[in-house]
Ligand binder design. Structure first.
Ligand code: FMN
Length: 202
């Protein structure tokens, strides 16, 4: 079994999503001691925003730009790691109602027509098969279904939609929210997330 572990919080060791994603990875390791884990810290080592130069090189134009060429190689490695993985563990805070830009930059490198999805006569088809994803989500406010802010939740909803578009439909969310609502709410959210992780099917 191979697991791809992505983190995107800028808060280092204080990050809730990082702590939750690490707990999820430990859970999988305890159930599958032989598991191979590939970790990508997208906050400390992000891909660049895509540029016209990236696209030109990707389409075969020879441009001697060492920085962009190295960045394209990084994107190709992202893609290989993704295809290899059986399980994706994605740590994501909510930033401004959505995901961190470093995670979006990763997505911009792996969502590629003809590789991870394709357009058919009946519409788009995801090409990532037999993978499951666990999202470790952290946010200061509360956006769960039924809450007043649910309609402006574009973090989990975006990621689940994107993964589904690529063919990954087995997605579990481990969520700690309301983290800015005070120590009691935070402690309860963390406890609930830990209980969920302990019972995750691995
Ligand atoms: C740049 C930035 C933007 C944020 N935007 C939101 C937001 O839109 N909604 C929200 O509920 N919390 C927001 N927060 C709070 C984080 O979601 C919260 O602190 C969460 O714990 C961050 O995850 P982490 O602990 O893994 O870093 C924001 C935090 C930062 C640093």
């Amino acid at each position: 079994m191979k697991l791809l572990h992505l983190d995107s919080s800028i808060l280092g060791a204080d990050s809730v999503s990082r702590n939750l994603s690490a707990e999820i990875v430990s859970h999988f390791k305890s159930k599958h001691p032989e598991i191979t884990v590939i970790a990508r810290d997208l906050a400390s080592d992000p891909a660049l925003h895509l540029s016209g130069t990236h696209l030109a090189i990707m389409h075969g134009v020879e441009i001697n730009d060492d920085i962009i060429n190295a960045d394209i190689a990084k994107g190709n490695a992202y893609l290989e790691e993704l295809f290899d993985a059986d399980v994706l563990v994605i740590g994501t805070p909510m930033y401004n109602l959505s995901i961190p830009t470093s995670l979006k930059a990763w997505i911009d490198r792996i969502a590629i027509a003809g590789k991870t999805f394709q357009y058919t006569a009946t519409g788009p088809e995801g090409l990532l098969k037999n993978k499951k994803a666990i999202i470790a989500s952290a946010r200061g406010g509360v956006y769960s279904a039924g809450s007043p802010a649910a309609a402006i939740e574009h973090q989990e909803c975006y990621l689940v939609g994107l993964l589904g578009f690529l063919g990954v439909t087995d997605v579990t969310i481990v969520r700690a929210e309301g983290l800015a609502f005070g120590p009691d709410v935070k402690a309860a959210a963390l406890k609930q997330a830990s209980v969920q992780i302990a019972s995750l099917e691995a």
